[in-house]
Design a protein around this ligand. Structure first.
Ligand code: NAD
Length: 354
């Protein structure tokens, strides 16, 4: 038995997590996964009920679970609450509480959705990559100074630092990820300028020696940003630090052309958390038209990375592709000539094909 904590959150969170659970149940039926679900509050909904965006009970349940499926949090309704209690604080609390040290962002352009990419179809076709971003170190967590006087001028600074164990941990995870895929790993840094990048590059090379089936290449971050725009299909797994990963993962996300399609995983020291990359979409919440596929694909990642149920994960991914090939589209993707489906309908079509 595996216990999944489901956190719907706010806005469309409830609709999209309900869809993902329905698809997981279809996969459970077929592959005898023996999954059990426990629902908990976080975000604005939790703030309204308990006065905090991340109740202790939610965090404790996540710690005790095998995996967490997360919808989204936030919305205008909570714009004026105390900044320390804003819905988005739930995400930071979960990151800290679960030790979520790595973010995995796959970008796979489904054959049927190539035309939605802002890139030329021949460039978007066949893109299937994962960005592995370090999430708890680097310049975002280094010392900083907001303002000081130096030689007569005001200045500010932020300190980037990485330790060998921090780099080892993330590169190992990236090697394991590459092993499950096409075995190509690109480590991205700025080793021609930064000392932290040179330590990163040395450490990555040492870690990769332990993975003879993985081919490691190094790329400077500026070149990587260019390559993502001119030839994204060359990449399999990209591993990088917190700052570069933040920027590159958003650049890579637009290659797919639709925010509603993209899943993500945040890997923790014990429990990992899976969520779509988009927010709570308050503008369409409650209308039943949200695209649940990013969350459904996050559930597939949950099966792959937390429960090691590769076959069931692949079945869900294949079902999503099949539904798209057959011309089903949610409102965000719909064009003349396609079959329009609301959240419930697309979920049913996917579940039937798992
Ligand atoms: P958003 O991702 O919620 O929405 C951006 C646009 O994309 C909207 O027009 C929305 O309708 C559309 N969209 C997003 N997901 C969709 C889906 N599954 N199907 C169809 N259309 C979809 O970003 P935003 O509007 O900047 O933020 C809204 C709220 O979400 C804010 O409070 C923000 O802080 C929060 N947020 C939360 C997370 C998270 O929970 N991880 C991430 C980003 C933003």
């Amino acid at each position: 038995m595996a216990k999944i904590v489901v956190i719907p959150g706010d806005g469309i969170g409830e609709e999209i997590t309900r869809s993902a659970v329905e698809v997981l149940k279809a996969a459970d039926k077929k592959y005898s996964l023996n999954l059990e679900y426990e629902f908990h509050d976080a975000g604005g909904t939790a703030y309204d009920k308990f006065g905090t965006p991340l109740p202790e009970e939610t965090l404790e349940a996540c710690k005790a679970a095998d995996a967490v499926l997360f919808g989204a949090v936030g919305g205008d309704k909570w714009d004026n609450v105390d900044p320390a209690l804003r819905p988005e604080k739930a995400i930071l609390g979960l990151r800290k509480g679960l030790g979520l040290y790595a973010n995995l962002r796959p970008v796979k352009v489904a054959e049927a959705l190539v035309e939605y990419s802002p890139l030329k179809p021949e460039l978007a076709k066949g893109v299937d990559l994962v960005i592995v971003r370090e999430l708890v170190g680097g310049i975002y967590f280094g010392e900083r100074c907001e303002s000081e006087m130096h030689e007569g001028a005001e200045r500010a600074w932020d300190l980037e630092n990485y330790s060998v164990p921090e780099v080892e941990r993330i590169v190992k995870l990236a090697c394991e990820t590459a092993k499950l895929r096409r075995g190509k790993l690109t480590s991205v840094d700025k080793a021609n300028v930064l000392a932290t990048s040179r330590l990163w590059r040395r450490t990555a090379a040492k870690v990769a020696e332990g993975y003879p089936e993985v081919e490691l290449k190094n790329l400077y971050v500026d070149n990587c940003a260019m390559q993502l725009a001119i030839n994204p299909a060359q990449f399999d797994v990209i591993v990088t630090g917190n700052l570069f990963g933040d920027i590159l993962s958003d650049e890579a996300a637009v290659v797919g052309g639709s925010i509603g399609m993209l899943p993500s995983a945040s890997i923790g020291t014990s429990t990992s958390l899976y969520e779509p990359i988009h927010g709570s979409a308050p503008d369409i919440a409650g209308k039943g038209i949200a695209n649940p596929m990013g969350t459904i694909l996050s559930a597939a990642m949950l099966l792959r990375y937390s429960l090691h149920e590769e076959e069931a994960a692949k079945a869900i991914e294949a079902a999503v592709e099949k539904v798209l090939e057959e011309g089903w589209r949610t409102a965000d993707l719909w064009k003349e000539g396609f079959k329009k489906a609301n959240t419930e309908e697309i979920t049913r079509e996917i579940s039937q094909r798992v």
